[in-house]
Unconditional design. Structure first.
Length: 301
């Protein structure tokens, strides 16, 4: 780590943690920093690190009006705090809206979608170098995905692939084909070592699922994907996400401002979209780039 009076380099697990540490070291608010990601390493099993350079903006940190972004929160309302989604029951809330997603504090809110909402977007706590490319994500599967239909044969091949990986890792885990819906094949994992494949907040399970789908895409090339579930974690996670989404939706309706959830994988974002698809007074869309894409819950008139 190198540092000076106005610039410091920090290495941490996430951009969020690194930015917070840099702000503390430089003695300024994180909003007064310009952050550049120098290096980012993501491991297969949830172990990742990122190195950033944080530089104090030319504008004095004490001057609060200067860093205000163009689409400032409307009518003096307090920005909605980002809802933190982490573990199955419900993660500890954290006032973060940008962290790992490439959302910029100086230039938040991409132009197209927020304009439709007619409401002020929650202020982003951490700066990033570029604004996200927003893409509205609906509750329905994409048309290209809906054309793919997994078969029992696909299920056997994917389950066989999972068994290969488990055998190579010398893990005492059984894998069996579960429900097949659309292009998704659910594979159930249980056994003595199944808990190790879930990991903290499902990080290991998500990493293994990603690996299985990367290999399957190259080996089979048929658009079919696997979803892995160990010790019934996915069902409990879906219930927790659904409850949390409903709770945040009520807050959004009451405050009249958007709330940004923590970064979620695509299949968990679909759970939130589905849970709020018929919810009156709110709408949902996604922003940012994978693997740090986030769900935004926005108020509607």
């Amino acid at each position: 780590m190198q540092s000076s009076m106005q610039t410091v380099e920090i290495t941490a697990k996430t951009v969020q943690e690194a930015t917070k540490a840099a702000a503390e070291k430089l003695g300024v608010d994180s909003a007064a920093l310009t952050v550049t990601v120098l290096e980012e390493t993501k491991g297969l099993f949830g172990k990742s690190s990122v190195r950033i350079r944080a530089e104090v903006n030319q504008v004095a940190p004490a001057a609060e009006p200067a860093p205000a972004p163009a689409p400032a929160p409307a009518k003096g309302k307090k920005p909605a705090k980002a809802a933190k989604v982490a573990e199955a029951p419900a993660p500890a809330p954290e006032p973060v809206a940008v962290v790992e997603a490439p959302v910029a504090a100086p230039a938040p809110a991409p132009a197209p979608a927020p304009a439709k909402k007619g409401k002020g977007k929650a202020a982003k706590a951490e700066p990033k170098e570029e604004a996200p490319v927003e893409e509205v994500e609906t509750t329905k599967a994409e048309e290209t995905e809906s054309e793919v239909q997994a078969t029992s044969e696909d299920g056997e091949r994917l389950t066989g692939l999972v068994k290969e990986l488990l055998s190579a890792a010398s893990l005492q885990v059984n894998a069996k084909t579960g429900e097949i819906a659309g292009r998704y094949v659910n594979i159930q994992l249980d056994g003595k070592d199944a808990a190790f494949l879930v990991g903290k907040h499902g990080e290991v399970l998500n990493a293994m699922q990603y690996l299985v789908n990367i290999i399957a895409g190259r080996r089979f090339d048929n658009g079919v994907r696997a979803t892995l579930d160990g010790n019934d974690y996915r069902r409990r996670r879906e219930e927790a996400l659904t409850q949390l989404a409903s709770k945040i939706a009520e807050q959004v309706k009451a405050r009249g401002q958007e709330a940004v959830l923590d970064a979620l994988p695509a299949f968990e974002r679909r759970i939130v979209h589905k849970a709020l698809s018929g919810y009156e007074g709110v709408s949902t869309y996604s922003e940012g780039e994978e693997p740090n894409r986030r769900v935004v819950i926005a108020p509607v008139d």
